[in-house]
Design a protein around this ligand. Structure first.
Ligand SMILES: Cc1cc2nc3c(=O)[nH]c(=O)nc-3n(C[C@H](O)[C@H](O)[C@H](O)COP(=O)(O)O)c2cc1C
Length: 333
């Protein structure tokens, strides 16, 4: 396949894995990159610049293909600003193919010198955004590409609640840099639809979570297959109001408690123990899906099996092609 994204990143298929805390580590990242799609190494998994350096080296021992490093630019106690700046510098020093920024823009959050730093190192910088205006800003300050994520997405969708279906063509018509579609992407039909809407590729995370190489507990794989598109919950609108964000996660015991705390005007002190990343880290390994805030998108409703990433990517590409061919037949073509 050839799109502006395959050209920009030097990859075979315009399919990228999104950042996934505790999940997108060297093994999964390399397995995805080895298929010709773009793996994701999430910097938030690491506590120091040296740990990220080692993870990049480890990924490179597992694949010779490009992968992207996610840096989530949100205020965090565990990952202070100085460390996020160091992560960005490490990516430039290691000349990774691309950096995926999620959260505040690099220029205002990390500093104006960072995009030029990446350009000098030949590292592409992509911004995952949830609104048209943020896409416009990203293009203006020199990002190389945009991922536009509709509110179907797992993780931290924008509070405007606009769907992928509306955002993708709108952003494509508004900016001239390459655009990836995210939120609700799960298979070849999604890829075909995203291309038809004008996207240059797709980014997905929940679907890659449900692959053998993600290495999560078998109970969670079962949950991913059984849950439907109606089984996620949007919360933390009050806590994250200042960032224009909210969280989409599996509807479970913890999310019901989070909802109660938010509705009763509870504060951060009450919420933090419920939503801590440490809880999620344990649950992915130990398998009780009720015990943590598990960021999962509506695309969970379209997951029926746990393939290897190679099976997933090859099936996706073949199905996208047949979806587009059968659509063409409707025009007599
Ligand atoms: C398990 C999991 C962990 C995630 N962690 C992060 C993260 O650390 N940083 C980030 O920017 N996005 C994170 N996300 C959001 C994804 O990168 C992506 O934007 C979103 O999941 C795409 O929607 P989809 O799940 O429908 O494919 C996470 C998503 C999942 C499923």
């Amino acid at each position: 396949m050839k799109t502006r994204i395959t050209e920009l990143f030097g990859i075979k298929y315009p399919i990228q894995c999104g950042g996934m805390l505790w999940i997108a580590k060297p093994e999964l990242s390399a397995a995805i990159s080895n298929t010709g799609a773009m793996g994701n190494l999430t910097s938030g998994n690491y506590n120091t610049a040296d740990e990220l350096r080692e993870a990049i080296d480890q990924t490179r021992t597992l694949t010779h293909n490009p992968f992207i490093v996610n840096i989530t630019t949100m205020p965090s106690i565990r990952l202070p600003l100085g460390l996020l700046q160091d992560f960005f510098r490490v990516c430039c020093e290691k000349r990774v193919t691309a950096i995926e920024i999620a959260g505040a823009p690099v220029d205002s959050f990390l500093g104006k010198e960072f995009i030029p730093l990446a350009k000098d190192a030949g590292v592409k910088v992509l911004h995952k955004v949830g609104t048209v205006r943020h896409a416009v800003h990203a293009e203006k300050v020199g990002y190389d590409a945009i991922t536009i994520a509709g509110f179907e997405e797992g993780g931290f969708p924008h509070k405007d609640n606009v769907s992928t279906m509306v955002l993708v063509p709108k952003v494509r018509e508004t900016v001239s840099i390459p655009v990836m579609a995210a939120g609700g992407m799960a298979d070849g039909k999604s890829l075909a639809a995203a291309l038809a809407l004008g996207a240059d590729g797709v980014m997905m995370a929940t679907r890659f979570l449900a692959t053998k190489e993600s290495g999560i507990h078998p109970n969670i794989y079962k949950v991913l297959v059984e849950k439907t598109e109606a089984d996620t919950s949007l919360q933390l609108q009050t806590l994250l109001a200042g960032f224009g964000l909210q969280v989409r996660a599996l509807r479970n015991e913890i999310m019901r408690k989070v909802e109660q705390v938010e509705n009763s005007g509870g504060d951060l002190g009450e919420l933090l123990p419920l939503i801590s990343g440490e809880r999620a880290r344990q649950v992915w390994k130990e398998g009780n899906a009720e015990e943590a805030m598990l960021t999962i998108g509506q695309s969970v409703g379209r997951i029926n099996d746990i393939p290897t990433v190679a099976e997933l990517v090859s099936r996706m590409v073949a199905d996208a092609r047949s979806a587009l061919e059968s659509s063409l037949k409707m025009f007599g073509g």
